[in-house]
Design a protein around this ligand. Sequence first.
Ligand code: PMP
Length: 350
Amino acid sequence: MTVRTRPDLETLPGYQPGRTIPGAIKLASNEVSLGPLPSVRGVIAEAAAGVNRYPDMGVTALVDRLSAKFSIEPGRLAVGCGSVALCQQLVQAMCGPGEGVLFPWRSFEAYPIVTQIGAARAIRVPLTGAHALDLDAMLAAITEDTRLIFVCTPNNPTGTTLRRAELERFLDAVPKGPLVVLDEAYKEFITDPDVPDGIELARDRDNVAVLRTFSKAYGLAGLRVGYCYAPEEVAEAIRKVCVPFSVNMIAQAAAIASLDAEDELMERCRMISGERDRVRGELLSMGYDVPETQANFVWLPLAERGAAFNAHCLEQKLVVRQFPEGVRVTISTPEENDLFLAAARSFSAG
Ligand code: PMP
C-alpha cells in the first residue's frame, strides 16, 4: 500500500447497531415500533418532490419552530443528522488533540467512538452499583484539560435518571472549563415530575448544553434529526463543523410535521411509559433485578448470563440488545411486550 489510514483507528470499535432479523421482533434500538402518523407520511411524500434541490443548510424552519416551542433564541440551536452527529460535532468543536471528554460508563456507546474519532481522550467513570451515574466520581475525574462532560439522563442502556437536586448540585459543582452536555434522547418518556427539564437548567447557565432527538419519541429514527441547545458561541461552533447539508429536506419537513402532531405522538409516549412500568413490575415479580427506568427500555444487569438470555430471546424471535454487563430491551406495544415477558418467564424457569 502506498497510502495509510490513521494508525489509531485500528483500535476504534465502530458503532454496532441493533440487529434487524427478518421475521423477528426488534426490541434492540429503542425505536418506537409504531410507524409514522399518516400526516407525517403525507409531508414526507410531499417533501420528496423537491429533492433535486439542496436542503436549507440553516434548517431555518425547524430552528424557528423549536425556538418558538421552547422560547429560546434561535442562535442557541444547532440541528444535526441525528443527535449522534451532534455528539461528534461537539467533540470537534470543543476538543483539541488529547483533551478530555468525560462520560459515565456504561453509557451511550457513541461517546467513546466520537471521542476517538476526534483524537480527544476518553475519561470513563464507572456507574454506581445501582447502575446509575456516579456524579461524585465524575466530579472527581474532571481534569484541567477536560473540555466536555456527557451526562446521559435517562442513561442508555441502564435507564437510570437523575433527579433535580442531584443534577443541580452537580452542575453547580462543575468547575469553570468543561461544557456539560445533558443527553436527553429519552426525555419524552419521563413521567417522574422530580426529573428536571434540561432546557430549563441550561437556559441561564453558560456551560451547559442539551441534546434531544426526533429518533425516539417522535418516531423518525430513519430520517436522522436531532438538535442541540447550547450557549451561543458553542452552538455556532457546532454549526461550523457540520458536514454541509447533512440534515436533508425530508427530515426537516418530517420533524416539523411531527411537532404539528405532537399531541398524538405524546399520547404514544404515555402508552409506552405505562407499558415500561408494567414490564418492569412483572420482571421484578419474576425475580429479575431491573433498575428503575424513565426511558423506553428496561435494563437487565445479567452480566455473563446475558448471552444465554439473548440467545433464548432470539429463539423466541425477539431481538434484544446484549452488552457485556447485561441486556437492554426496548418497550413496544402491549402485545410485543407480552411476548418478551413470556420469554423472560421461560428463561427464569429454565
Ligand atoms: N443519545 C443517546 C443516549 C442515545 O441512546 C441515542 C440513540 N441510541 C442517541 C443519542 C442518538 O440518537 P440519534 O442519532 O438517532 O438522534
